[in-house]
Design a protein. Structure first.
Length: 90
């Protein structure tokens, strides 16, 4: 099986106090880029677990990217077919 295209995804994390942020970037095969952010807040009574904050913030940023990519795909389908496509619901 041959690979036609690949996507490059970057995630970068920051932590300030009890807040973890994630910045996500995906570069698609058509040359376009999409960016998203996600955040996680640690409750003051929870132990510090940087990895958990990163996982939550990163997952939220990736969910935003997924939503943007679905919207882009549906826009392209609509333009190519002249009809309205119906997005999948989660």
């Amino acid at each position: 099986m041959s690979t036609l295209v690949g996507w490059h995804v970057e995630l970068e994390f920051t932590e300030e106090g009890d807040r973890t942020g994630a910045a996500a970037l995906v570069r698609l095969g058509d040359g376009s880029e999409m960016r998203a952010r996600g955040y996680a807040m640690r409750h003051p009574s929870d132990p510090e677990q940087l990895r958990v904050g990163e996982e939550i913030a990163g997952a939220r940023a990736l969910m935003d990217l997924a939503s943007q990519m679905l919207q882009k795909a549906h826009t392209e389908i609509d333009q190519a077919t002249g009809r309205h496509s119906h997005p999948l619901n989660r």
